[in-house]
Unconditional design. Structure first.
Length: 162
């Protein structure tokens, strides 16, 4: 990963903030180098660190702000996201069917400084975002990798709470 930042995306409120983000999802913007890690690998990690089977909820946090959603920047990213969701569902490993939404990326509003790198500063600040070692797709269930969408860093997945 080249960089990440948390914020708000997927809603209608301009200049979203923690106290006023309307229907935006609390999101993470990821910039990565597709020569180092594929978009598919980023998504597989996304599905490993949160529960994509709970609608509008992450742990104790409930509401549209806490939905599982992937914001894509191209048709190819959308295809890879939908293929990954199908593979997660087919695996039977996760606790239920994936309810993750897939939408075109729109404006992203960066969250306030106190929300950046939150779990690095407060390691047990959330109990719902952690690596689940058993939530890994078996190699046989993985869709074949797509061609890399480009050789330069690409903004990618946003979703889940910081």
């Amino acid at each position: 990963m080249l960089s990440t930042r948390v914020g708000y995306s997927g809603g209608d409120t301009p200049n979203a903030t923690y106290r006023n983000h309307g229907d935006h999802a609390e999101s993470v913007e990821i910039v990565f180098d597709p020569d180092v890690i594929s978009y598919r690998e980023v998504l597989e990690f996304f599905f490993q660190i949160h529960d994509p089977s709970t609608k509008d909820r992450q742990g104790n946090d409930v509401g549209r702000s806490y939905r599982s959603e992937i914001f894509t920047t191209s048709d190819e990213q959308r295809r890879v996201a939908l293929d990954t969701i199908a593979d997660v569902d087919a695996s039977g490993i996760w606790p239920g069917p994936v309810v993750t939404e897939v939408s075109p990326a729109g404006p992203f509003w960066e969250a306030e400084p106190e929300h950046q790198d939150y779990l690095q500063r407060i390691p047990y600040g959330y109990t719902c975002h952690y690596v689940r070692p058993d939530w890994v797709l078996p190699a046989a269930r993985r869709s074949p990798p797509a061609e890399s969408p480009g050789r330069r860093p690409t903004p990618a997945t946003r979703g889940g709470a910081p």
